[in-house]
Design a protein around this ligand. Structure first.
Ligand code: SF4
Ligand code: SF4
Length: 117
């Protein structure tokens, strides 16, 4: 992981079929109960190996809607578990690839700085 879809999402569906890891679900299936699309951080690969940048962001018409988040790995597990922004699958234990060129500072989810350009 990962990227995060914020409440700027207009549920337009443009990103859903673009995800190579099927990590995006629509508002009906958002496990947090919010009425916008959701990225499962435990499976998002940041499109490493599939695209040069996150395909969901490239498809999204809403400026600032999709932001960088922390990598979903052992070091950052506490950021995701117990956080109402996420609903992590019970037995998720895999560490997905992430883009090492994106600094941890730029990954502070929700900050203006974390918007994917
Ligand atoms: S960054 Fe790539 S793998 Fe992650 S949710 Fe977006 S399209 Fe899917
Ligand atoms: S493309 Fe953007 S606005 Fe449309 S559903 Fe996906 S995240 Fe939401």
């Amino acid at each position: 992981m990962a990227v995060r879809i914020t409440d700027l999402c207009i549920s337009c569906d443009a990103c859903l079929d673009e995800c190579p890891t099927s990590s995006i679900v629509d508002d009906d299936d958002n496990p947090t109960g919010e009425e916008y699309y959701y990225v499962h951080p435990e499976t998002c690969s940041e499109c490493v190996g599939d695209h040069d940048s996150p395909a969901c962001q490239a498809a999204c018409p809403t400026e600032g809607c999709i932001v960088w988040d922390l990598p979903y790995d052992e070091e950052n597990r506490a950021h995701f578990e117990g956080n109402p922004l996420y609903k992590i699958e019970d037995n998720a234990d895999n560490n997905q690839p992430h883009r090492k060129e994106i600094s941890m500072e730029d990954r502070k989810a929700g900050n203006v700085e974390s918007v994917i350009e």
